[in-house]
Design a protein around this ligand. Structure first.
Ligand SMILES: NC(=O)c1ccc[n+]([C@@H]2O[C@H](COP(=O)([O-])OP(=O)(O)OC[C@H]3O[C@@H](n4cnc5c(N)ncnc54)[C@H](OP(=O)(O)O)[C@@H]3O)[C@@H](O)[C@H]2O)c1
Length: 229
């Protein structure tokens, strides 16, 4: 059984990943930024003896350090950074909210890198640690969509973070990948999206299970296909 950490676990795909890993018998550390507003996660954790909830604000370096201290030197087989923000809408050229852009850069780009750094030794201690950062197809240079300056650029930047991590960690026993989780029926994707959170989380878990060190630095779709950069 694996030790799993999910960052951004209060709802949506992150919560579903917690449910599925815990249901499979793995030990799960579920990070949520606001423990007083994570009712669905609390309810699930109360019914499962293999889920521990920790405060983890991806946009806060101090919170990431505190969460790392709370986890201690426990080996982690799987770390998934799932939480992210869209940024203030709309995001057209004439009405960009610059403060929201900076805040999204903290949550979507810098935070995932700091989480990677904070839990690197835990992943290495596993002997075969796997890190996944959930990004988006909007990060891809091949994705033909205008607008969405805040979300698209912060996700494109975190894709580059993953590529660099894979190079910097090439001699460490850690595989790092970035994924597009699908167009998913969550608060972010809305009810008319293509797939359910259950389908997305199941696909992402399959990607995690099948990847090897040779796959480090790759960009995947939720169904295991390679995503064009
Ligand atoms: N849904 C889609 O169609 C879609 C498509 C492409 C990519 N994605 C990506 O998939 C991932 C999951 O999205 P989702 O659809 O599950 O979104 P969601 O339902 O809107 O949930 C967003 C999650 O991110 C968390 N979060 C946001 N900022 C955070 C922070 N600073 N620290 C910790 N947690 C934070 C939220 O926590 P709170 O409850 O505290 O707000 C919530 O748990 C994201 O990376 C998103 O960009 C989603």
């Amino acid at each position: 059984m694996a030790n799993v950490l999910i960052a951004g676990a209060s709802r949506g795909i992150g919560l579903e990943l917690v449910r599925q890993y815990a249901g499979a018998g793995d030990t799960v550390i579920a990070g949520a930024r606001d423990l007083s507003a994570a009712a669905q996660l609390d309810e699930f954790a109360a019914s499962a003896d293999n889920v521990r909830v920790v405060q983890l604000d991806i946009a806060s370096p101090e919170s990431i350090t505190a969460a790392s201290e709370a986890v201690g030197d426990q080996p982690l087989d799987v770390v998934m950074v799932v939480g992210a923000v869209l940024g203030a809408m709309p995001q057209m050229l004439d009405n960009i909210d610059l403060d929201a852009w900076h805040a999204a850069f903290d949550a979507n780009t810098i935070g995932p890198m700091l989480i990677a750094r904070a839990f690197k030794e835990n992943l290495a201690a596993s002997g075969d640690g796997k890190l996944m950062i959930v990004s988006s197809q909007l990060a891809a240079s091949t994705w033909p969509m205008g607008g969405m300056y805040i979300y698209s650029t912060t996700k494109a930047a975190v894709n580059k973070v993953v590529q660099i991590l894979a190079l910097d960690w090439r001699k460490d026993p850690i595989t790092v990948v970035v994924t597009h989780p699908g167009y998913v029926q969550t608060d972010m994707g809305g009810p008319n999206a293509d797939i359910t959170a259950e389908e997305s989380a199941s696909g992402l878990r399959n990607v995690m299970a099948s990847e090897t060190k040779e796959d480090s630095g790759k960009f995947y779709k939720w169904n295991g296909d390679i995503h064009p950069w």
